[in-house]
Design a protein around this ligand. Structure first.
Ligand SMILES: Cc1cc2nc3c(=O)[nH]c(=O)nc-3n(C[C@H](O)[C@H](O)[C@H](O)COP(=O)(O)OP(=O)(O)OC[C@H]3O[C@@H](n4cnc5c(N)ncnc54)[C@H](O)[C@@H]3O)c2cc1C
Length: 422
């Protein structure tokens, strides 16, 4: 692996056979997450492919010329031409390997793969998931001098990292950008000793043996596990939803309704959450349209009655969203009547989607005791039914899911665990 400067790019990159270049920056958590993977892969592939690094801040004009807009960005070159797909942000080892393998013959790839050695790392505690729950547990365990590793398929931060503004986390008078709040939580846990394995592929999780296999070759083993994997909102499947997430589409009324004072809002859904949250949103919004796929609401009777009486709420029954788009300050929902096929264009200031959340437990659900909605049952010290396995945050069975409640769960689990281990 070699560090080069902009002036050497022509010779070192464009005049070489096969090269991968890492444009990195300092004070860049995803760059830190990439560093060990890049170095390990340079050992493996180094005799076939050159591994170079360019400090982006020092080679700004080269980065701009190449269209490198974020750090880290990996570019792959073969015989002077860029090949493969550019990688940036939370770069996974498997994505790098895919690009590297495509530059070599199958025979060479299998020879390289045969050199991969499995490794094992030992810790006291594994935390699965780096949202507020997991990060707080990491902070407390670190302060108790308990050797802790936090594993996340993304970068630490969880749902907070993608939340535009957080105005209800105590200690801050002004609303805080979600990414800053999660960045601070993550740096604090790290400063107190929590080790990270982030942006990794989680190959398998064995809760009973307390073993997690990451990137197919590193077994991480511990005495205890804390599950803090959070939830993922169910998606409608309509086009434009992913693009407008956090930019016009929200999944959290407590968090975002207050930004719609006197404005018009569309809500997708018709169950308890959709109807109860709609009622709450109309404390702020001047008008709200519920788009619901059936001809009746499916929320409980009391919530339905309230919604039907609310003069600010209008309901479009038998409709499903087909697309979400932005038009200047407005967001457009194109809904289709599932019986007649008729399309309706709803123009609003914001869209809320409440069609359920999914706890992230697919990789290890088998032996866990769950509630009827699939959330993990815990006792009041966050223990699950499996010995030595705790669970915290949005993934557990509870009534209110907020940053503060996840942080509280993380605190309780870490303190209970520290007491058990000392
Ligand atoms: C759009 C939006 C806005 C919100 N705004 C607010 C707000 O303003 N105020 C507020 O209090 N709350 C808000 N919330 C709720 C808040 O974000 C959650 O309550 C909180 O983040 C829960 O924290 P957590 O640690 O349980 O999980 P999460 O934040 O969901 O983090 C879970 C982490 O686990 C990782 N993970 C997933 N699967 C695995 C796996 N198999 N193995 C290992 N790791 C895994 C994920 O990558 C993620 O990093 C909002 C939620 C959303 C969706």
């Amino acid at each position: 692996m070699k560090e080069i400067v902009a002036e050497e790019f022509e010779r070192e990159v464009l005049e070489s056979d096969r090269v991968v270049v890492d444009f990195y920056s300092t004070e860049c958590p995803p760059c830190e997450a990439l560093a060990s993977k890049y170095s390990e892969l340079s050992e493996l592939y180094g005799s076939d492919i050159r591994f170079l690094k360019i400090y982006r801040q020092q080679s700004r004009s080269l980065a701009e010329k190449l269209g490198v807009k974020s750090s880290p960005t990996l570019l792959f070159y073969q015989d002077g031409e860029e090949v493969g797909s550019r990688l940036s942000g939370a770069i996974k080892r498997s994505d790098i390997v895919r690009n590297l393998d495509a530059m070599l013959t199958p025979d060479r790839v299998s020879r390289i793969k045969s050199q991969i050695r499995s490794t094992t790392s030992e810790f006291d505690v594994i935390i699965l998931g780096g949202g507020p729950g997991g990060l707080t547990a990491g902070l407390y365990l670190g302060q108790s001098k308990i050797n802790t590793v936090l594993i996340d398929p993304a970068l630490p931060g969880g749902n907070v990292a993608t939340t535009h503004m957080v105005s209800n986390y105590p200690g801050f008078i002004e609303p805080q950008p979600g990414y800053m709040l999660s960045h601070n939580m993550s740096e604090q846990a790290k400063a107190n000793g929590t080790v990270y394995r982030s942006a990794v592929d989680i190959t398998s999780v064995d809760l009973e043996r307390k073993e997690v296999l990451i990137d197919g070759n590193e077994t991480v083993r511990a005495k205890k596990i804390i599950i803090a994997t959070g939830t993922t909102p169910n998606l409608t499947g309509a086009s434009g939803e992913k693009e407008l997430k956090g930019k016009g589409i929200s999944y959290c009324a407590t968090c975002d309704a207050k930004y719609f004072e006197g404005k018009e809002v569309v809500v997708i859904g018709g169950g308890n959450s959709a109807v109860e949250e709609s009622e709450y949103i109309t404390r702020f919004a001047s008008r709200l349209t519920i788009v619901h796929q059936f001809d009746k609401l499916t929320a409980n009777k009391q919530a339905q009655e309230k919604a039907l009486k609310n003069p600010k709420i209008n309901i479009l029954f038998d409709n499903e969203p087909r697309s979400f788009t932005r038009d200047g300050d407005k967001v457009i929902t194109e809904a289709e009547n599932v019986k007649t096929g008729e399309r309706t264009r709803l123009v609003s200031d914001g869209i809320f989607i409440f069609i359920g959340m999914k706890p992230n437990i697919d990789q290890f659900r088998d032996k866990l005791e769950l509630d009827r909605w699939g959330y993990i049952k815990t006792d009041d010290e966050m223990r699950t039914n499996i010995d030595g396995v705790y669970a915290v945050g949005d993934v557990i069975s509870k009534k209110y899911r907020q940053i503060t409640t996840a942080v509280a769960d993380g605190t309780i689990a870490a303190m209970a665990l520290a007491k058990e281990m000392n």
